[in-house]
Design a binder for this molecule. Structure first.
Ligand SMILES: *Cc1c(COP(=O)(O)O)cnc(C)c1O
Length: 456
Protein backbone atom coordinates (compact mmCIF):
# COMPACT_ATOMS: atom_id res chain seq x y z
CA UNK A 1 0.00 0.00 0.00
CA UNK A 2 1.50 3.36 -0.90
CA UNK A 3 2.23 5.70 1.93
CA UNK A 4 3.85 2.80 3.71
CA UNK A 5 7.59 2.57 3.69
CA UNK A 6 9.29 -0.76 4.24
CA UNK A 7 10.35 0.54 7.60
CA UNK A 8 6.77 1.31 8.65
CA UNK A 9 5.67 -2.10 7.48
CA UNK A 10 8.36 -3.76 9.50
CA UNK A 11 7.37 -1.86 12.64
CA UNK A 12 3.74 -2.75 12.06
CA UNK A 13 4.62 -6.41 11.53
CA UNK A 14 6.59 -6.46 14.75
CA UNK A 15 3.76 -4.80 16.63
CA UNK A 16 1.13 -7.20 15.31
CA UNK A 17 3.23 -10.26 16.07
CA UNK A 18 4.04 -8.93 19.53
CA UNK A 19 0.39 -8.19 20.24
CA UNK A 20 -0.65 -11.65 19.07
CA UNK A 21 2.06 -13.40 21.05
CA UNK A 22 1.22 -11.42 24.19
CA UNK A 23 -2.49 -12.11 23.83
CA UNK A 24 -1.83 -15.84 23.58
CA UNK A 25 0.43 -15.77 26.63
CA UNK A 26 -2.07 -14.07 28.95
CA UNK A 27 -3.10 -16.54 31.62
CA UNK A 28 -5.90 -16.02 32.10
CA UNK A 29 -6.94 -13.53 29.47
CA UNK A 30 -9.23 -10.76 30.73
CA UNK A 31 -12.87 -11.69 30.19
CA UNK A 32 -13.80 -8.17 29.03
CA UNK A 33 -17.42 -7.46 28.25
CA UNK A 34 -20.04 -5.76 26.17
CA UNK A 35 -20.18 -1.99 25.63
CA UNK A 36 -23.02 0.01 24.18
CA UNK A 37 -22.82 1.73 20.84
CA UNK A 38 -22.72 5.08 22.66
CA UNK A 39 -19.80 3.93 24.81
CA UNK A 40 -17.89 2.78 21.75
CA UNK A 41 -18.72 6.00 19.94
CA UNK A 42 -17.26 7.90 22.88
CA UNK A 43 -14.16 5.74 23.12
CA UNK A 44 -13.28 4.87 19.53
CA UNK A 45 -15.37 7.18 17.38
CA UNK A 46 -14.80 7.44 13.66
CA UNK A 47 -11.91 5.16 12.82
CA UNK A 48 -11.85 5.37 9.05
CA UNK A 49 -10.59 8.59 7.53
CA UNK A 50 -9.70 9.60 3.99
CA UNK A 51 -5.99 9.61 4.74
CA UNK A 52 -5.82 6.67 7.11
CA UNK A 53 -4.63 6.85 10.70
CA UNK A 54 -1.72 4.43 10.22
CA UNK A 55 -1.38 0.83 11.28
CA UNK A 56 0.14 1.42 14.69
CA UNK A 57 -2.63 3.82 15.63
CA UNK A 58 -5.29 1.43 14.36
CA UNK A 59 -3.73 -1.41 16.32
CA UNK A 60 -3.66 0.74 19.43
CA UNK A 61 -7.31 1.55 18.91
CA UNK A 62 -8.11 -2.14 18.68
CA UNK A 63 -6.04 -3.01 21.71
CA UNK A 64 -7.25 -0.21 23.97
CA UNK A 65 -10.87 0.24 22.89
CA UNK A 66 -12.34 -2.37 20.58
CA UNK A 67 -10.88 -5.56 22.05
CA UNK A 68 -12.20 -4.62 25.48
CA UNK A 69 -15.73 -4.74 24.11
CA UNK A 70 -15.31 -8.37 23.00
CA UNK A 71 -15.72 -11.18 25.51
CA UNK A 72 -12.81 -13.63 25.47
CA UNK A 73 -14.40 -16.95 24.56
CA UNK A 74 -11.23 -18.78 25.57
CA UNK A 75 -11.34 -17.59 29.19
CA UNK A 76 -11.45 -20.68 31.44
CA UNK A 77 -14.52 -19.32 33.20
CA UNK A 78 -16.36 -18.56 29.96
CA UNK A 79 -18.85 -21.42 30.25
CA UNK A 80 -21.77 -20.00 28.23
CA UNK A 81 -23.15 -21.13 24.88
CA UNK A 82 -20.25 -23.17 23.49
CA UNK A 83 -16.88 -21.52 24.23
CA UNK A 84 -13.98 -21.52 21.77
CA UNK A 85 -10.62 -22.49 23.20
CA UNK A 86 -8.07 -22.82 20.40
CA UNK A 87 -4.63 -24.20 21.06
CA UNK A 88 -1.88 -21.59 20.76
CA UNK A 89 -0.57 -23.52 17.76
CA UNK A 90 -3.90 -23.28 15.96
CA UNK A 91 -4.42 -19.62 16.84
CA UNK A 92 -0.91 -18.67 15.75
CA UNK A 93 -1.19 -20.57 12.50
CA UNK A 94 -4.29 -18.55 11.69
CA UNK A 95 -1.88 -15.64 11.23
CA UNK A 96 0.09 -17.69 8.72
CA UNK A 97 -3.05 -18.57 6.78
CA UNK A 98 -3.98 -14.91 6.66
CA UNK A 99 -0.53 -13.93 5.45
CA UNK A 100 -0.45 -16.57 2.72
CA UNK A 101 -3.24 -15.47 0.37
CA UNK A 102 -4.37 -19.01 -0.31
CA UNK A 103 -7.48 -19.63 -2.36
CA UNK A 104 -8.84 -22.74 -0.68
CA UNK A 105 -11.60 -23.50 -3.15
CA UNK A 106 -9.68 -25.41 -5.77
CA UNK A 107 -6.85 -27.92 -5.97
CA UNK A 108 -5.28 -25.96 -8.82
CA UNK A 109 -4.83 -22.91 -6.63
CA UNK A 110 -4.62 -24.30 -3.10
CA UNK A 111 -3.56 -27.93 -3.52
CA UNK A 112 -1.02 -27.89 -0.69
CA UNK A 113 -3.53 -26.47 1.76
CA UNK A 114 -6.29 -28.78 0.55
CA UNK A 115 -3.98 -31.78 0.94
CA UNK A 116 -3.37 -30.91 4.59
CA UNK A 117 -7.03 -30.06 5.26
CA UNK A 118 -8.04 -33.39 3.81
CA UNK A 119 -5.77 -35.24 6.24
CA UNK A 120 -7.48 -33.45 9.10
CA UNK A 121 -10.85 -34.41 7.60
CA UNK A 122 -9.61 -38.00 7.32
CA UNK A 123 -8.82 -38.11 11.02
CA UNK A 124 -12.44 -37.19 11.71
CA UNK A 125 -13.75 -39.62 9.08
CA UNK A 126 -11.81 -42.40 10.80
CA UNK A 127 -13.28 -41.45 14.18
CA UNK A 128 -16.74 -41.64 12.62
CA UNK A 129 -15.92 -44.91 10.85
CA UNK A 130 -16.53 -43.68 7.31
CA UNK A 131 -15.11 -45.59 4.32
CA UNK A 132 -11.87 -44.58 2.53
CA UNK A 133 -13.69 -42.72 -0.25
CA UNK A 134 -15.44 -40.40 2.22
CA UNK A 135 -14.49 -36.74 2.10
CA UNK A 136 -15.73 -33.21 2.37
CA UNK A 137 -14.74 -29.68 3.18
CA UNK A 138 -14.24 -27.23 6.01
CA UNK A 139 -17.06 -24.66 6.00
CA UNK A 140 -17.61 -21.64 8.28
CA UNK A 141 -19.87 -23.35 10.78
CA UNK A 142 -22.43 -25.97 11.63
CA UNK A 143 -25.22 -23.94 10.10
CA UNK A 144 -23.63 -23.95 6.65
CA UNK A 145 -22.51 -27.56 7.18
CA UNK A 146 -26.04 -28.73 7.95
CA UNK A 147 -27.48 -26.74 5.05
CA UNK A 148 -24.90 -28.09 2.60
CA UNK A 149 -25.50 -31.68 3.71
CA UNK A 150 -29.26 -31.28 3.38
CA UNK A 151 -28.90 -29.74 -0.08
CA UNK A 152 -26.86 -32.79 -1.11
CA UNK A 153 -29.47 -35.07 0.46
CA UNK A 154 -32.34 -33.47 -1.41
CA UNK A 155 -30.50 -33.42 -4.69
CA UNK A 156 -29.75 -37.12 -4.29
CA UNK A 157 -33.35 -37.92 -3.38
CA UNK A 158 -34.65 -35.96 -6.35
CA UNK A 159 -32.35 -37.82 -8.71
CA UNK A 160 -33.40 -41.15 -7.26
CA UNK A 161 -37.09 -40.28 -7.37
CA UNK A 162 -36.82 -39.14 -10.97
CA UNK A 163 -34.93 -42.28 -11.93
CA UNK A 164 -37.48 -44.54 -10.33
CA UNK A 165 -40.34 -42.39 -11.66
CA UNK A 166 -41.85 -42.50 -8.20
CA UNK A 167 -42.94 -38.92 -8.49
CA UNK A 168 -43.96 -36.71 -11.35
CA UNK A 169 -41.46 -34.61 -13.29
CA UNK A 170 -39.85 -32.02 -11.07
CA UNK A 171 -41.51 -33.39 -7.94
CA UNK A 172 -39.26 -34.24 -5.06
CA UNK A 173 -39.40 -35.27 -1.44
CA UNK A 174 -39.62 -32.13 0.66
CA UNK A 175 -39.57 -33.25 4.26
CA UNK A 176 -36.87 -33.57 6.89
CA UNK A 177 -37.35 -35.46 10.15
CA UNK A 178 -35.60 -34.44 13.36
CA UNK A 179 -36.42 -34.03 17.04
CA UNK A 180 -37.57 -30.79 18.59
CA UNK A 181 -34.19 -30.79 20.36
CA UNK A 182 -32.36 -30.56 17.02
CA UNK A 183 -30.36 -27.37 16.61
CA UNK A 184 -32.13 -24.24 15.32
CA UNK A 185 -29.89 -24.36 12.24
CA UNK A 186 -31.88 -27.38 10.98
CA UNK A 187 -35.06 -25.30 10.95
CA UNK A 188 -33.12 -22.49 9.35
CA UNK A 189 -31.79 -24.83 6.62
CA UNK A 190 -35.33 -26.07 5.96
CA UNK A 191 -36.53 -22.48 5.67
CA UNK A 192 -33.79 -21.67 3.17
CA UNK A 193 -34.64 -24.79 1.17
CA UNK A 194 -38.40 -24.35 1.53
CA UNK A 195 -38.50 -27.81 3.09
CA UNK A 196 -40.77 -28.94 5.89
CA UNK A 197 -39.27 -29.99 9.19
CA UNK A 198 -41.32 -32.74 10.83
CA UNK A 199 -40.69 -33.15 14.55
CA UNK A 200 -40.19 -36.56 16.15
CA UNK A 201 -40.82 -37.18 19.84
CA UNK A 202 -37.84 -38.13 21.97
CA UNK A 203 -37.60 -41.05 24.41
CA UNK A 204 -37.23 -40.82 28.19
CA UNK A 205 -33.55 -40.04 27.79
CA UNK A 206 -34.30 -37.18 25.39
CA UNK A 207 -33.07 -39.11 22.34
CA UNK A 208 -34.35 -39.65 18.84
CA UNK A 209 -34.96 -43.38 18.38
CA UNK A 210 -35.63 -45.55 15.36
CA UNK A 211 -39.06 -46.59 16.64
CA UNK A 212 -40.37 -43.03 17.01
CA UNK A 213 -38.81 -42.04 13.70
CA UNK A 214 -40.45 -44.99 11.95
CA UNK A 215 -43.89 -43.93 13.19
CA UNK A 216 -43.46 -40.40 11.88
CA UNK A 217 -42.15 -41.58 8.52
CA UNK A 218 -44.98 -44.08 8.04
CA UNK A 219 -47.65 -41.61 9.16
CA UNK A 220 -46.46 -38.96 6.69
CA UNK A 221 -45.35 -41.24 3.85
CA UNK A 222 -41.66 -42.14 3.84
CA UNK A 223 -41.34 -41.16 0.17
CA UNK A 224 -41.99 -37.53 1.14
CA UNK A 225 -38.78 -37.34 3.22
CA UNK A 226 -35.35 -36.67 1.82
CA UNK A 227 -33.36 -36.62 5.06
CA UNK A 228 -33.33 -37.55 8.71
CA UNK A 229 -31.17 -35.45 11.03
CA UNK A 230 -29.88 -36.99 14.23
CA UNK A 231 -27.83 -35.02 16.73
CA UNK A 232 -24.70 -36.38 18.35
CA UNK A 233 -24.60 -34.02 21.26
CA UNK A 234 -27.43 -31.49 21.55
CA UNK A 235 -26.16 -28.03 22.31
CA UNK A 236 -28.13 -27.44 25.49
CA UNK A 237 -27.81 -30.87 27.16
CA UNK A 238 -25.25 -32.85 25.16
CA UNK A 239 -27.74 -35.62 24.36
CA UNK A 240 -26.63 -38.12 21.71
CA UNK A 241 -29.53 -39.65 19.76
CA UNK A 242 -29.83 -43.41 19.42
CA UNK A 243 -27.89 -43.37 16.17
CA UNK A 244 -27.89 -47.14 15.56
CA UNK A 245 -31.67 -47.54 15.53
CA UNK A 246 -32.12 -44.32 13.55
CA UNK A 247 -29.60 -45.53 10.97
CA UNK A 248 -31.49 -48.78 10.60
CA UNK A 249 -34.77 -47.02 9.86
CA UNK A 250 -33.07 -44.69 7.38
CA UNK A 251 -31.66 -47.72 5.58
CA UNK A 252 -35.04 -49.48 5.57
CA UNK A 253 -36.66 -46.55 3.78
CA UNK A 254 -33.65 -45.42 1.77
CA UNK A 255 -33.53 -41.96 3.36
CA UNK A 256 -30.34 -39.90 3.78
CA UNK A 257 -29.01 -40.06 7.34
CA UNK A 258 -27.30 -36.86 8.46
CA UNK A 259 -25.62 -36.60 11.86
CA UNK A 260 -25.18 -33.14 13.37
CA UNK A 261 -22.19 -33.38 15.68
CA UNK A 262 -21.35 -29.66 15.54
CA UNK A 263 -20.76 -29.55 19.26
CA UNK A 264 -20.68 -33.16 20.41
CA UNK A 265 -18.90 -34.84 17.50
CA UNK A 266 -15.58 -34.25 19.21
CA UNK A 267 -16.55 -36.81 21.83
CA UNK A 268 -15.83 -39.48 19.22
CA UNK A 269 -12.17 -39.04 20.13
CA UNK A 270 -12.82 -39.74 23.83
CA UNK A 271 -12.83 -43.45 24.77
CA UNK A 272 -14.95 -42.83 27.89
CA UNK A 273 -17.97 -41.70 25.83
CA UNK A 274 -17.34 -43.31 22.44
CA UNK A 275 -20.00 -45.98 23.03
CA UNK A 276 -22.72 -43.30 22.96
CA UNK A 277 -22.07 -42.83 19.24
CA UNK A 278 -22.63 -46.42 18.14
CA UNK A 279 -24.24 -46.37 14.69
CA UNK A 280 -22.70 -43.05 13.60
CA UNK A 281 -20.63 -45.02 11.07
CA UNK A 282 -23.80 -45.50 8.98
CA UNK A 283 -24.33 -41.80 8.35
CA UNK A 284 -24.45 -40.37 4.84
CA UNK A 285 -23.12 -37.05 6.07
CA UNK A 286 -21.66 -35.71 9.30
CA UNK A 287 -20.54 -32.40 10.73
CA UNK A 288 -18.39 -31.33 13.65
CA UNK A 289 -17.19 -27.82 14.49
CA UNK A 290 -13.49 -27.81 15.41
CA UNK A 291 -14.18 -24.27 16.68
CA UNK A 292 -16.28 -25.77 19.46
CA UNK A 293 -14.69 -28.77 21.18
CA UNK A 294 -11.66 -29.43 18.97
CA UNK A 295 -9.52 -26.45 19.95
CA UNK A 296 -9.51 -24.56 16.65
CA UNK A 297 -10.23 -20.85 16.21
CA UNK A 298 -13.41 -19.57 14.56
CA UNK A 299 -14.67 -20.30 12.02
CA UNK A 300 -14.35 -23.95 11.24
CA UNK A 301 -16.80 -26.78 10.62
CA UNK A 302 -15.77 -30.13 9.16
CA UNK A 303 -18.39 -31.46 6.75
CA UNK A 304 -18.04 -35.07 5.59
CA UNK A 305 -19.92 -37.21 3.11
CA UNK A 306 -19.94 -40.99 2.79
CA UNK A 307 -20.16 -40.58 -1.00
CA UNK A 308 -18.66 -37.22 -1.92
CA UNK A 309 -19.72 -37.65 -5.55
CA UNK A 310 -23.34 -37.12 -4.49
CA UNK A 311 -22.42 -33.82 -2.86
CA UNK A 312 -20.37 -32.78 -5.87
CA UNK A 313 -23.35 -33.36 -8.13
CA UNK A 314 -25.44 -31.11 -5.91
CA UNK A 315 -22.98 -28.31 -5.25
CA UNK A 316 -20.62 -27.81 -8.19
CA UNK A 317 -21.13 -24.40 -9.73
CA UNK A 318 -20.89 -24.24 -13.50
CA UNK A 319 -19.69 -21.09 -15.17
CA UNK A 320 -17.55 -20.56 -18.22
CA UNK A 321 -14.81 -18.88 -16.19
CA UNK A 322 -14.71 -21.92 -13.89
CA UNK A 323 -14.55 -24.60 -16.60
CA UNK A 324 -10.80 -24.85 -16.26
CA UNK A 325 -11.39 -26.02 -12.69
CA UNK A 326 -14.56 -28.08 -12.93
CA UNK A 327 -13.50 -30.04 -16.01
CA UNK A 328 -10.64 -31.61 -14.06
CA UNK A 329 -10.89 -34.67 -11.79
CA UNK A 330 -9.16 -32.71 -8.98
CA UNK A 331 -10.52 -32.46 -5.45
CA UNK A 332 -12.02 -28.97 -5.31
CA UNK A 333 -13.34 -28.28 -1.79
CA UNK A 334 -15.77 -25.72 -3.08
CA UNK A 335 -17.73 -28.49 -4.86
CA UNK A 336 -18.93 -29.93 -1.56
CA UNK A 337 -20.80 -27.06 0.04
CA UNK A 338 -22.78 -23.92 -0.48
CA UNK A 339 -20.34 -21.14 -1.40
CA UNK A 340 -17.53 -20.69 -3.87
CA UNK A 341 -14.56 -18.66 -2.60
CA UNK A 342 -13.16 -20.11 0.58
CA UNK A 343 -10.45 -19.48 3.11
CA UNK A 344 -8.36 -22.57 3.89
CA UNK A 345 -10.01 -22.46 7.29
CA UNK A 346 -9.13 -26.04 8.14
CA UNK A 347 -5.42 -25.22 8.23
CA UNK A 348 -5.18 -23.89 11.81
CA UNK A 349 -6.90 -27.09 12.97
CA UNK A 350 -4.61 -29.22 10.80
CA UNK A 351 -1.51 -27.41 12.07
CA UNK A 352 -2.44 -28.02 15.68
CA UNK A 353 -3.24 -31.69 15.01
CA UNK A 354 0.09 -32.10 13.22
CA UNK A 355 1.90 -30.29 16.03
CA UNK A 356 0.42 -32.06 19.02
CA UNK A 357 -0.70 -35.40 17.62
CA UNK A 358 -4.10 -36.97 18.06
CA UNK A 359 -3.36 -38.44 21.51
CA UNK A 360 -3.19 -34.93 22.90
CA UNK A 361 -6.66 -34.29 21.46
CA UNK A 362 -8.02 -37.44 23.10
CA UNK A 363 -6.50 -36.40 26.43
CA UNK A 364 -7.72 -32.80 26.25
CA UNK A 365 -11.28 -33.90 25.48
CA UNK A 366 -11.17 -36.44 28.30
CA UNK A 367 -9.95 -33.70 30.62
CA UNK A 368 -13.01 -31.54 29.88
CA UNK A 369 -15.25 -34.58 30.48
CA UNK A 370 -13.53 -35.15 33.82
CA UNK A 371 -14.18 -31.57 34.90
CA UNK A 372 -17.80 -31.86 33.76
CA UNK A 373 -18.29 -35.00 35.86
CA UNK A 374 -16.76 -33.17 38.79
CA UNK A 375 -19.21 -30.29 38.22
CA UNK A 376 -22.20 -32.65 38.28
CA UNK A 377 -20.93 -34.29 41.48
CA UNK A 378 -20.17 -30.97 43.12
CA UNK A 379 -23.67 -29.71 42.28
CA UNK A 380 -25.01 -32.90 43.89
CA UNK A 381 -23.03 -32.16 47.06
CA UNK A 382 -24.54 -28.69 47.51
CA UNK A 383 -28.10 -28.37 48.77
CA UNK A 384 -28.94 -25.13 46.93
CA UNK A 385 -28.37 -26.43 43.41
CA UNK A 386 -29.44 -29.55 41.50
CA UNK A 387 -28.60 -31.10 38.17
CA UNK A 388 -31.48 -31.22 35.68
CA UNK A 389 -30.04 -34.13 33.70
CA UNK A 390 -26.88 -36.09 34.33
CA UNK A 391 -24.36 -35.01 31.68
CA UNK A 392 -23.39 -37.46 28.93
CA UNK A 393 -20.86 -35.09 27.39
CA UNK A 394 -19.37 -31.80 28.57
CA UNK A 395 -22.42 -29.67 29.30
CA UNK A 396 -24.33 -29.71 32.55
CA UNK A 397 -27.65 -27.93 33.05
CA UNK A 398 -28.62 -27.18 36.61
CA UNK A 399 -31.04 -25.30 38.80
CA UNK A 400 -30.46 -22.87 41.65
CA UNK A 401 -33.31 -23.93 43.86
CA UNK A 402 -35.70 -21.06 44.53
CA UNK A 403 -34.34 -18.56 42.04
CA UNK A 404 -36.50 -16.59 39.63
CA UNK A 405 -35.47 -15.80 36.08
CA UNK A 406 -34.51 -12.31 37.23
CA UNK A 407 -32.25 -13.70 39.95
CA UNK A 408 -30.38 -15.88 37.44
CA UNK A 409 -29.90 -12.83 35.22
CA UNK A 410 -28.69 -10.58 38.05
CA UNK A 411 -26.25 -13.25 39.17
CA UNK A 412 -24.95 -13.73 35.63
CA UNK A 413 -24.58 -9.99 35.06
CA UNK A 414 -22.71 -9.61 38.33
CA UNK A 415 -20.25 -12.40 37.49
CA UNK A 416 -19.37 -10.68 34.23
CA UNK A 417 -19.27 -7.19 35.74
CA UNK A 418 -16.84 -8.53 38.36
CA UNK A 419 -14.77 -10.10 35.57
CA UNK A 420 -15.13 -13.35 37.48
CA UNK A 421 -16.94 -15.63 35.02
CA UNK A 422 -19.33 -15.64 32.08
CA UNK A 423 -22.23 -18.01 32.69
CA UNK A 424 -25.63 -17.12 31.23
CA UNK A 425 -29.08 -18.48 32.03
CA UNK A 426 -30.68 -21.06 29.77
CA UNK A 427 -34.17 -22.46 29.73
CA UNK A 428 -35.82 -25.84 29.47
CA UNK A 429 -39.56 -26.52 29.25
CA UNK A 430 -40.28 -22.94 30.24
CA UNK A 431 -38.06 -22.96 33.33
CA UNK A 432 -35.04 -20.69 33.66
CA UNK A 433 -31.90 -22.62 34.56
CA UNK A 434 -28.21 -22.22 34.03
CA UNK A 435 -25.59 -24.30 32.34
CA UNK A 436 -21.87 -24.98 32.20
CA UNK A 437 -20.43 -25.81 28.77
CA UNK A 438 -16.90 -27.08 29.30
CA UNK A 439 -14.74 -27.37 26.19
CA UNK A 440 -11.66 -25.58 27.50
CA UNK A 441 -9.06 -27.92 29.03
CA UNK A 442 -7.92 -24.97 31.17
CA UNK A 443 -11.25 -24.89 32.98
CA UNK A 444 -10.49 -26.53 36.31
CA UNK A 445 -12.34 -28.05 39.22
CA UNK A 446 -11.44 -24.90 41.20
CA UNK A 447 -13.13 -22.70 38.60
CA UNK A 448 -16.30 -24.78 38.91
CA UNK A 449 -16.30 -24.66 42.71
CA UNK A 450 -15.63 -20.93 42.74
CA UNK A 451 -18.58 -20.23 40.47
CA UNK A 452 -20.91 -22.49 42.45
CA UNK A 453 -19.85 -20.64 45.63
CA UNK A 454 -21.30 -17.44 44.17
CA UNK A 455 -24.76 -19.01 44.03
CA UNK A 456 -24.99 -19.98 47.71
C1 LIG B 1 -23.44 -24.91 17.29
C2 LIG B 1 -24.30 -25.91 16.65
C3 LIG B 1 -24.74 -25.75 15.33
C4 LIG B 1 -24.46 -24.51 14.55
O1 LIG B 1 -23.11 -24.37 14.32
P1 LIG B 1 -22.48 -22.92 13.97
O2 LIG B 1 -21.04 -23.24 13.83
O3 LIG B 1 -22.79 -22.03 15.14
O4 LIG B 1 -23.12 -22.44 12.72
C5 LIG B 1 -25.47 -26.76 14.77
N1 LIG B 1 -25.78 -27.87 15.47
C6 LIG B 1 -25.39 -28.06 16.74
C7 LIG B 1 -25.76 -29.31 17.43
C8 LIG B 1 -24.63 -27.08 17.37
O5 LIG B 1 -24.24 -27.26 18.64
Amino acid sequence: MHGYSDQNLEALGDAILAYSADRLKLDPVPLDGPMTLAELDAKAGQTITTGGIGGLAALKLFEEDLALACISTDHPRYLSFIPCAPTEAAAMFDLVVGASSIYGGSWLEGGGAVYAENQALRWIADLVGLPPEAGGVFVPGGTIGNLSALVAARHTARMTAAREARTGPGARPWRVAATHGAHSSIQSACDVMDAELVGVEVDDLGRLTGAALREVLVANGPETFFAVVATSGTTNFGIVDDLASVAEVCREFGIWFHVDGAYGGAGLAAPSVRHLYAGVEHCDSFIVDPHKWLFAPFDCCALLYRQPALARAAHTQHASYLDVLTDKPDWNPTDYSVGLTRRARGLPFWFSLATHGTDAYRDAIERTLEVTRFAAEEIGRRDYVEVVREPDLSVVVFRRIGWTAAQYQEWSDRLLADQFAFVVPTSHEGETLTRFAIVNPRTSEDDISAILDTMA
